[in-house]
Design a protein around this ligand. Sequence first.
Ligand code: GDD
Ligand code: MN
Length: 380
Amino acid sequence: RASGRTRAVLPGEIGVRPGPATLRQSIIVPTYNERDNVTALLARLAAALPHDGTEIVFVDDSTDGTPEAIEEAARHCPIAITVHHREQGEGGLGGAVVEGMRLARGEWVVVMDADLQHPPEIVPDLIAAGLRDGADLVVGSRYAGGGDTGGLADGYRKLVSRGSTLLVKTLFRNSLLAVSDPMSGLFAIRASSLDATTLRPLGYKILLELIVRNRPGRIVEVPYGFQARHAGESKSTAAEGVRFLKHVAGLRFGPARLRMLAFALIGLSGLLPNQAILWALLHLTDVHYTAAAVAANVVAVGWNFVLTDTLLYRNHRRRGPAGRFARFFLMGNADLLLRIPLLALLVSGLHLGVLAGNLLTLVASFVVRFLISDRVIYRA
Ligand code: GDD
Ligand code: MN
């Protein structure tokens, strides 16, 4: 499933990757428009790391000529370098890191940012700590004793960082007991504890994804000071924040349960148009209340369809709009077969108000459908 092109910049011929997995360490660096950072990064990595037994794998989604800048800098770098450029940028930062993990051949796989916010000099310490403590995963931490978040741009970013850390520490309490900085973009993992095939990252938080899905045995931390960006600016946006919440919710609840929750919420929102239309028809026209209830339901089903179709299944459409609507429409109105007789009983038989009766039948229908789904379709 690898996309894009890979080039072994050094040593030797372009496109040829040297020998079997005998390397001590692979450094994976995701890059998105980091043209002005890669030269300094490579110089400092080369000064900090043994040249033999190390490879640096760039996974690049840039549009600013970053691969060319890497190839230029690589001429002066004694470490083997691979640049993998992707055209689609699938999965964003996390997707790039997973792609790099597939290409990496070292016994240790280190992930770090290209903008020098992660000091390259710390990389040997990560691996040394892993070897010394027999760890599977070593997390570079800004929140462990001795680390700091100095390079976070402003108070707002610090607050977001603290808040999101607290959120995931709460949601994934047991997996993160030993981890003070689950949002870190700097870590080293033993290749033997890594299973990149299980990772489905969405955006930035690849370490969290890795811990929750791969469950590395022993985790240790190495504190470090988060630096200011060398050049350029952060690629993280507000949209990235929304992606993060989706990622966390999917990791915690699983995609199916999450969709069910969203489906239920959208269904609940349908009460609004349903009751409003019913009220309007009763007050502004003199149609019979059962006909009005049918019309109100039809409108509410349309409302639910639009929301479900655009918010929930936009990327999962398998048929044309007419086909989707027809099926949804039939399913959404099927319960009228039971609801209308029940409504007639409540209103004409028991003299309940139409709006109250309608609400009751909607609640009853919801409970029945939930029980069927819970007991018959699923088994919770
Ligand atoms: N290939 C690729 N594709 N690389 C990307 C993409 C992408 O879509 N988006 C960002 N990157 C690269 C950047 O080029 C950089 O090397 C690295 O990922 C981090 O991106 P930044 O934009 O500098 O992120 P940040 O500084 O806001 O956030 C970093 O620090 C946070 C801690 O405060 C990241 O490491 C976060 O994971 C971390 O939580
Ligand atoms: Mn950064």
